[in-house]
Design a protein around this ligand. Structure first.
Ligand SMILES: Cc1cc2nc3c(=O)[nH]c(=O)nc-3n(C[C@H](O)[C@H](O)[C@H](O)COP(=O)(O)OP(=O)(O)OC[C@H]3O[C@@H](n4cnc5c(N)ncnc54)[C@H](O)[C@@H]3O)c2cc1C
Length: 396
């Protein structure tokens, strides 16, 4: 057992941290205020190989391991506290990785290189207006039509609808196949028969969230991802990977909040001494740090499991991966939110100002508590199923 990063991993982590300090932090308020990540930031990420980084080099990526991607996600979450850049990063990393594994050769050669260059967006569309947790009851339908498919229905709360329209690109989209089972296809947003709507979110303003509506939209056969009819399993595989990177981004944000808080409570005095000398505050810091440290190493282990055991092959490893990923996705957003909330309180009134900027994290991390990439209770259901057995899943 080796509980430390390799020299290569440490060097990479430090390069991404520098990028976060030099490029993301100075831009985060602008990203939040203007509602988009500036093109030069995306270009800088592409130059560092950060966009869709697990994608193999023949399709434009750097073929990064899940461990390296997890480390990068921590740093992107630490760099842009609003979480907008982290969302952009992790969607492309998670779903780009999946497309590189399950996409057709033609689709991979067409879709992935521009995504890795920051010239197109790749996201995921599974949630519908009627719900996102219970995917098996989703309504969007597809049917075979000549050499391709036709898609009808509506997706909601989808990240990156505007980016996919502006830059080009699209979403891996889950539909109910008329021929049986579920179908997972890449759907370019600029296709005929597709319209979009942007929602006004509370946070992570730099990446859009919205609806996609499909009116008998044509999807070429080359865009099928994985075996036809097995779309739900393929999408679940993608969620497992993307959730690991979500947790990593939250851990980066949690660490940043604590670092900000520690600097403040060393300096700020009340009743004649620094705030950090009061046990009421010092012990809060200690408890938060302990939890962040524990979930960080569990998250890195989740990434290591993804690298070590190909998903879906061996039931024992599949269960271990499912447990570990659900556990970190359950904990990391909660502890990150708690860190931001507590540090805001250590700052007193200043913590509530936009100047100090903690509220960026408060609004951004909340998206992962309400549901993005799966709600907390869904993580609990996965864990309950893995610990007690399928017969204990509390729904039909
Ligand atoms: C900012 C943001 C970005 C998003 N981006 C995307 C995206 O890119 N693509 C995409 O497809 N979706 C996206 N989503 C949607 C997200 O996947 C859903 O919010 C999530 O799956 C939950 O679905 P829902 O919101 O419809 O809540 P529901 O499914 O209606 O659930 C509501 C609440 O009930 C809980 N719940 C549900 N079932 C149970 C149960 N059996 N037991 C106990 N509690 C339960 C849930 O955890 C949740 O808290 C995004 C959401 C947000 C907030």
């Amino acid at each position: 057992m080796e509980f430390r990063l390799s020299d290569e991993e440490e060097a990479f982590q430090s390069a991404v941290r520098k990028f976060g300090d030099k490029v993301l932090r100075p831009n985060e308020k602008k990203i939040d205020a203007e509602g988009r990540i500036p093109d030069e930031v995306l270009r800088a990420m592409a130059d560092l190989g950060l966009l869709a980084m697990p994608v193999p080099s023949e399709y434009g990526g750097i073929g990064a391991s899940a461990v390296l991607t997890e480390l990068a996600a921590e740093e992107v979450g630490r760099g842009d506290f609003s979480m907008a850049t982290a969302v952009f990063f992790l969607l492309e990393a998670g779903w780009g990785r999946l497309l590189a594994i399950h996409g057709t050769e033609e689709a991979k050669r067409e879709i992935l290189p521009p995504v890795c260059r920051g010239e197109a967006f790749l996201g995921i569309a599974t949630t519908e207006p009627s719900g996102g947790s219970d995917l098996a009851r989703m309504r969007t339908a597809s049917r075979k039509d000549g050499d391709g498919f036709r898609l009808t229905g509506e997706k909601a709360f989808v990240s990156g609808v505007e980016e996919a329209k502006r830059l080009g690109g699209g979403h891996l989209t889950l539909s109910r196949a008329a021929e049986g089972g579920f179908r997972f296809t890449y759907v370019p947003t600029r296709s005929e028969g597709i319209s979009t709507q942007r929602f006004e979110n509370a946070g992570r303003m730099g990446i859009s969230t919205g609806a996609l509506s499909y009116q008998d939209a044509r999807v070429p056969a080359k865009y099928l991802v994985g075996a036809d009819g097995r779309g739900l399993e393929i999408a679940t595989e993608g969620f497992t990977v993307a959730r690991t990177f979500v947790a990593a981004a939250c851990i980066g944000a949690a660490e940043r909040a604590l670092e900000t808080g520690m600097a403040y409570i060393r300096e700020r005095s009340a009743f004649g001494q620094p705030l950090g000398k009061f046990e009421g505050i010092q012990f809060e810091l200690v408890d938060l740090w302990t939890q962040v440290e524990a979930v960080k190493w569990q998250c890195r282990r989740a990434a290591w499991l993804l690298d070590t055991y190909p998903l879906r092959e061996d039931p024992t490893h599949r269960s271990e991966i499912a447990r570990t990923v659900a556990s970190v996705k359950l904990q990391a957003p909660q502890i990150a939110f708690e860190c931001v909330k507590r540090v805001m309180m250590w700052f007193g009134a200043a913590g509530y100002t936009k100047d100090v900027g903690l509220e960026l994290g408060f609004r951004g991390i909340m998206s992962y508590l309400v549901g993005a990439e799966g709600g907390l209770n869904i993580m609990r259901i996965i864990l309950g199923r893995e610990l007690l057995g399928k017969e204990f899943v509390p729904y039909k």
